[in-house]
Write a protein that binds this ligand. Structure first.
Ligand code: CIR
Length: 255
């Protein structure tokens, strides 16, 4: 049974970091309801939930994905690229210590968990506004003795590599070719997001289903047509904060 670690959004979410999109009003009560529905869906799909309390000091702290990279053997605490988010790591460390030995990316290296796409023993690391080359190298140094290969991936147009592409299953990657070059994933089956749904590439496969952004119906149909059980999730308020489905949880697979 996978463990899903989540943190409830704080009302200060309205002051979130934004990089590629303009600020729009976030309806906090709706964000809260959407987060509750997300957690309920993860639980329905068989996850054991670890629900952490909101923390007003960190507007983006519901996006727990960015604070760590959880591998089978260890959890790597990140050093997030945005200064406002660095304190979130100290909050998540003690929680992850209950499940994995910890390693840590140290400054000047920066790494956001949202930039790490794992496919088997390969970690594709997006070189972004948040993750620098040193962050990529730090993860490679931690991962190599455990048998992980790190592949740097340049991309452009969105916040994190996972905003542009995520695995749908072990052999299939869903991606937005305007943001990341599909040739980077030529050894996998590549599905593309539908026209007009640029943010559809961030999906969360868990418990035999694939959680997808309900605002992207045509990409959902495309993924479903490949035999996947798709679960649409309303995440409009998190999308306004430049977040997607993977960002809202850290999934710890059973060893
Ligand atoms: C940020 O800019 O850091 C947040 N507003 C959004 C983080 C989304 N996280 C993710 O894509 N992994």
């Amino acid at each position: 049974m996978p463990i899903a670690i989540t943190r409830a959004p704080t009302p200060t979410l309205v002051h979130c970091e934004l990089t590629w999109i303009a600020r729009e009003p976030i309806a906090f009560e709706l964000a809260l309801a959407q987060h509750q529905a997300y957690c309920a869906e993860l639980e329905r799909l068989g996850c054991r939930m670890v629900a952490l309390p909101p923390d007003d000091r960190f507007p983006d702290s519901c996006f727990v994905e960015d604070t760590a990279v959880v591998l089978d053997e260890i959890a790597v605490l990140t050093h997030p690229g945005a200064e406002s988010r660095r304190g979130e790591v100290d909050l998540i460390g003690p929680v992850l210590a209950g499940f994995r030995p910890l390693a840590r990316v140290e400054p000047p290296a920066t790494l956001d968990g949202g930039d790490v796409v794992r496919l088997g023993r390969v970690l594709y690391v997006g070189l972004s506004r948040r993750t620098n080359r040193a962050g990529c190298d730090a993860l490679a140094a931690i991962g190599a003795p455990l048998g992980y290969e790190v592949v740097p991936v340049p991309f452009d147009g969105c916040l994190h590599l996972k905003s542009a592409c995520t695995p749908v299953d072990a052999e299939t990657v869903l991606l937005n070719a305007a943001w990341v070059d599909p040739a980077r994933f030529s050894s996998y089956r590549v599905l593309r997001v539908a026209e007009g749904e640029p943010w559809a590439g961030d999906v969360l496969p868990v418990g035999g289903a694939v959680l997808m952004n309900a605002a992207c119906p045509r990409t959902m149909a495309r993924v479903a047509s490949h035999g996947h059980r798709v679960r649409p999730m309303e995440i409009s308020e998190f999308a306004k904060a430049e977040g997607g489905l993977t960002c809202l949880s850290l999934i710890v697979e059973a060893p």
